[in-house]
Each structure stands twice: as C-alpha cells, then as structure tokens.
Design a protein around this ligand. Structure first.
Ligand SMILES: C[S@@+](CC[C@H](N)C(=O)[O-])C[C@H]1O[C@@H](n2cnc3c(N)ncnc32)[C@H](O)[C@@H]1O
Length: 311
C-alpha cells in the first residue's frame, strides 16, 4: 500500500464516524504530494497517520484545519521527523480493564499479573479502578470504567492482586510528565472523556508506580514470569498488542504463553490472533476477542466500552 493509500484508507475506515478532525486531515494528506514526499523519507512503520497526528498534537500544532496542519507540518518537519522516529503509538487504555475483569475474577485468587506490551502499565491496576456495568457498580474512586456487558453476569468483586509487572519494548513512565503528555497526544482530538480517564488512571498508577521491564514479549517473558510469587495465580495477559508484532514472533509468543504456568488472558483482534468457529461480531465496529488459555470467550470493543460473552 502506498502512503497515499494508507492515509485514504485511514480516513475512510478508521477515522470516519469517530474523529471528524482526523478524517479530514488524513484525507487531505492522502492527496498532498509535499506531505507524502516528507513521509516517504521515513521507514514504512513510521509513516502511519496516528503517529504523525499524535506528534503534531504533542508539539502543540493544529489538527483541526487541514491547511493549517499542512503549513505547520512542512515548516516544522525536522522537529516532527525526530519525534516520529523516536516515538511509537503506545496508546494505553485503562478502560480495557473493564473487559478483563470478568475473566480475572473467575480465576483462583490472589493474582500475580504480568502484562506484555504494557506501555505505561495502566492495565496493571484492575483492582484499583471502579467499574459500572449497566446499573451495577464495583469499586470506589476514579476512574469509573463504564462497560456494556451482554451475555454474562458482571463481576461483583475486584480481583486481589499481590504482584504486578509489565514488559514492553519501550516502557512509558507515568511519573514523567512528557510520557503522560505523549499518551494524551495519542488520544484522538474529540475524545475528551478518554483524556480525563487517562489522567485519572495515571494518577492511580503514579501513586504506586508499576515495575516495568524493557524487553521483548518472547525473549524476556520466561525470566520475568519466574519472578512471580509461587503462592499466587500467575496471569500473563495482553490487550491490543499483537498487531504490532510480526507474524512469526506472534506464533512464538502464543506457543510460549500457552505453556507457561498459570493462565494466559488475551484480548486481541481476530485478524492477528485467529480462532476457529467464532460467532459473528455484534456489528461492523472493530472488536477484539477475549480469550482464556487460548479459548475464546467474548467479543470486546477496542477501548473496553463493551463485552459480549459468547452464548
Ligand atoms: C497499542 S499499545 C497497548 C498498550 C496496552 N496493552 C493497552 O491495552 O493499553 C501496544 C504496546 O505493545 C508494545 N509492544 C509491541 N511489540 C512488543 C514486543 N515485541 N514486546 C514487548 N512489547 C511490545 C508497544 O511498545 C506498545 O507499548
């Protein structure tokens, strides 16, 4: 796919109906030869719309008006290029804990949580957030994670977590204002509620910062898993990570995760972690599949806003 096609596709399939600003920007970039030539100087993985738009927002540039965006980006390209080469799309969505909670609460307690692809580790605190499944609320304080739950009785208790650790190629630090600003810049412009949730979750995590190891989800997982306390149930989990991992490494990871002690919880798109005989998804929106030990259990919405248990 050319860079022009990538941006046209992003406008039509990802941004339309979700972010008017990004739909317009992406569509404009797809027909902007000057911008496309700049982007094509970057390695293919660094040309993606979310990275460009996130960096421009991080630097304080305009993203509402395509003409202003063009002028800013061309004028500031050297700075933008440095940031695009240095940064990655590492959106960390604490609300994904709301779709993990039903499966975490089914497991023998207490839990030792090990998240691969943890970003800043915000999904390592499922026991510290509050949840609202319809009219049922669990937990206290902020953030309150709203989730539409269908086909299951929502959990009534929070998990007991006695150990938590994360692994990421590039861990972000919730106590570093620049890293939190980058996470905020990755949230699409219209999604103010997600930025508020990020700040609340980052405050929870910053009060007791997670132990995050820089490393690869295949090469470095066994050694980290070996550090988990033996008297807790080890849960290796990941959400919205495997699309960033090349197919042969995905296969190596799933083989490894399936044979580690404890349990393996995955929440990934079926295109990257496929299963036989999945029921039809509820609608055309992007969905992940929640699975326990390789057994698919439910469709989940990408930002944790809904979980639909298989019948
Ligand atoms: C889109 S973010 C998702 C973060 C978090 N799991 C969530 O759901 O909010 C994907 C994360 O996976 C990490 N990642 C990608 N490939 C990885 C690998 N081979 N080993 C470890 N982490 C990886 C990225 O650095 C990034 O932080």
């Amino acid at each position: 796919m050319t860079t022009a096609q990538t941006y046209a596709e992003f406008a039509a399939r990802e941004a339309r109906g979700v972010s008017h600003a990004y739909e317009r920007l992406s569509s404009a970039v797809s027909g902007d030869d000057e911008m496309l030539a700049l982007l094509d100087n970057l390695p293919p993985a660094k040309r993606q719309p979310n990275l460009l738009f996130g960096v421009v927002r991080f630097l304080g540039g305009p993203v509402e008006d395509p003409a202003a965006f063009h002028d800013y980006t061309v004028a500031n390209w050297p700075l933008i290029e440095v940031q695009m080469r240095a940064r990655a799309t590492q959106t960390n969505e604490a609300a994904r804990c709301a779709v993990l909670l039903p499966v975490l609460s089914m497991l023998p307690q207490p839990l030792a949580l090990l998240e691969v692809g943890a970003s800043a580790g915000l999904c390592l605190y499922p026991d510290r957030y509050a949840y609202r499944y319809g009219d049922r609320k669990i937990g206290e304080g902020e953030p309150v994670l709203d989730c539409e739950a269908t086909g299951l009785i929502p959990p009534t208790t929070l998990p007991e977590v006695v150990w938590r650790a994360g692994l990421d190629l590039n861990p972000l630090d919730v106590t570093d204002p620049a890293d939190v600003a980058w996470l905020e810049a990755l949230i699409w412009p219209e999604h103010a509620h997600r930025r508020a949730r990020l700040r609340a979750a980052a405050a929870v995590a910053a009060a007791d910062p997670p132990s995050l190891l820089r490393g690869d989800l295949v090469d470095d997982l066994p050694a980290l898993a070996a550090q988990a306390p033996v008297d807790a149930t080890l849960v290796v989990f990941h959400t919205s990570v495997l699309y960033q991992v090349p197919a042969p490494r995905r296969a190596a990871f799933t083989e490894l995760a399936g044979r580690l002690p404890g349990h393996w919880v995955s929440n990934e798109a079926p295109e990257v972690l496929p299963y036989d005989d999945l029921p039809d998804p509820p609608d055309d929106a992007h969905h992940n599949v929640l699975a326990l030990d390789g057994r698919p259990l439910a469709w989940t919405r990408a930002h944790g806003q809904a979980v639909r248990w298989f019948g």
